[in-house]
Design a protein around this ligand. Sequence first.
Ligand SMILES: C[S@@+](CC[C@H](N)C(=O)[O-])C[C@H]1O[C@@H](n2cnc3c(N)ncnc32)[C@H](O)[C@@H]1O
Length: 309
Amino acid sequence: MIPPIKCQGIKTKLVEFILSNIRWNGQGRWIEPFLGSGVVLFSVQPERALVNDINPHIINLYRQIYAGVITASHVSDYLAQEGKKLLQNGDYYYTVRERFNSTGETLDFLFLNRSCFNGLMRFNRKGEFNVPFCRKPDRFRPAYITKIANQVNRLQKLMRGKNWEFRAGDWRDCLNDLKNDDFVYLDPPYIGRHTDYYEQWSDADATDLAQAARNFPCGFALSMWKENKYRQNQHLSQHWNFAVERTFTHFYYIGSTESLRNTMEEALLIKRGYEKDALPGALERAKPVQLDMGLFETVSQASTEAEHS
Ligand SMILES: C[S@@+](CC[C@H](N)C(=O)[O-])C[C@H]1O[C@@H](n2cnc3c(N)ncnc32)[C@H](O)[C@@H]1O
């Protein structure tokens, strides 16, 4: 299930790895304090969910789709109308950006997300969206509009009849009423990047989260980078060694030649007892691809490794 918005750290290519490694009875709520694009939630499709993000624009969009306030036909009419203006003058992107920054209009957010440079989601210190235009005035061609409208339509169908609660706020506020049958999927920002208003994530935040997870009465899984060519993530060994670790190796190119291929290892830390059995020594390698969005977009199939003890 492809979500209608994109964001940094989107787990599209990791969903299968994540879901094939966790065990949950589905009786309680699926809880996601760091929702982002929502791709993990939309793949799990739980009957009951509590999802949250500190970025209110993401939550507004999904709340409105959930409530039927925004439908595929609204999206397609709006993008056709605004896309036409963009085609006449590429600078129209900046008119929409200005409008969004003063009104917070939800469909403008979708427009910007789908026509900005590299699909980045970035806000300045004042909370204003500041990503430049992808410089394609013909961005909203009919096929592209149909694709986005179909994504909204599929999502709306999937949400129908489900008991999902959307909240905008700090992760702590949605974890104070956990029940044994709930399952919490944690996908916080990378520590210390501080590149975005909504992505401030310090060592102290990360440590608080690890501390909180120790006391969850229910299952959890945390996604986090583990290792690349240059660094190992010390935070994992320091704060999450009480959990079961599964890893996923993927490849990315810097430049165009095979010799510049690098590997990146992603970890999934799972509460003991909530992990699925590991496939012994399984390591499937997919063809590396050229990334256009920085280091953290995943590109290949999984490795499932022995548990961390
Ligand atoms: C790595 S992204 C999540 C990606 C998501 N799993 C996906 O696949 O699209 C982290 C998210 O955490 C949100 N976030 C950052 N700080 C937060 C906080 N203190 N409380 C709640 N959400 C926060 C960001 O807005 C961002 O959407």
